[in-house]
Design a protein around this ligand. Structure first.
Ligand code: PGA
Length: 231
């Protein structure tokens, strides 16, 4: 089981250090923290496994505002998220740029958590599997079944909304994604201590990508404990 905490644009270095001094993950679960860039070094210093929230596909160059895989590796960051729905929806990320980010990060030896998921409109019009297939195939096309690649299924309508996919619905989507690409699949979207155990016990659910509930050491540790006892 892998539990990743995506802090989004929360926690500068000072708040990251406070979190890390209070956070005690249990044994028996792989934990990844994804702080904002400016807090990566503080998080690495804590000894936790740290991923960035994004990564560029070139080693260096005129790409204002971007960070390369080598730069992340140099400070001890072990991987990156790519294709989070906020990147796709708010910052123009496409299947092609997500795939390029994933490929070069993997080639540079980083781990990658690549996010996919349908919007409410796509689900309601019956396009969920089509959307997931397109998104996952774009990643699979360039990255194959690389051993450091993990997919995160995050239905966009469940992110930060308090709405969670029902366990059955999550299991169905995870099974579909695995039929397209045989890699571990994390569930994401309003995972909390109260619903973690049930979601994590579904077939095909290999962990969770947690946003809001990863910001407090106690709630994030509770989700990690739920994972440890269901693995
Ligand atoms: P949430 O976010 O847990 O706050 O819904 C999940 C995510 O965006 O990765």
């Amino acid at each position: 089981m892998l539990i990743a905490g995506n802090w989004k644009m929360f926690k500068g270095p000072g708040e990251a250090e406070s979190f890390l001094s209070a956070f005690e993950p249990p044994e028996g679960v792989e934990v990844v923290l994804c702080p904002p860039y400016v807090s990566l070094a503080a998080a690495v210093a804590s000894g936790q496994t740290v991923y960035a929230q994004n990564v560029h596909w070139e080693a260096s160059g005129a790409y204002t505002g971007e960070i390369s895989p080598g730069m992340l590796a140099e400070i001890g960051v072990q991987g990156a998220l790519v294709g989070h729905s906020e990147r796709r929806q708010l910052f123009g990320e496409s299947d092609e740029t997500v795939a390029r980010r994933a490929r070069t990060a993997l080639e540079a030896g980083l781990g990658v958590i690549a996010c996919v998921g349908e919007t409410l409109e796509q689900r309601e019009s019956g396009d969920t599997e089509l959307v997931l297939k397109i998104q996952v195939e774009a990643i699979a096309f360039v990255a194959g079944d690389h051993e450091r690649l993990v997919i995160a299924y995050e239905p966009v309508w469940a992110i930060g909304t308090g709405k969670t996919a029902t366990p059955d619905l999550a299991a169905e989507a995870h099974g579909f994604i695995k039929s397209v690409l045989d890699r571990p699949v994390l569930y994401g979207g309003s995972v909390k201590p109260e619903n973690a155990a049930e979601l994590l016990s579904q077939p095909g659910v290999d962990g969770a990508l947690v946003g809001g509930a990863s910001l407090e050491p106690d709630s994030f540790a509770a989700i990690c404990r739920a994972a440890a006892s269901s693995s």
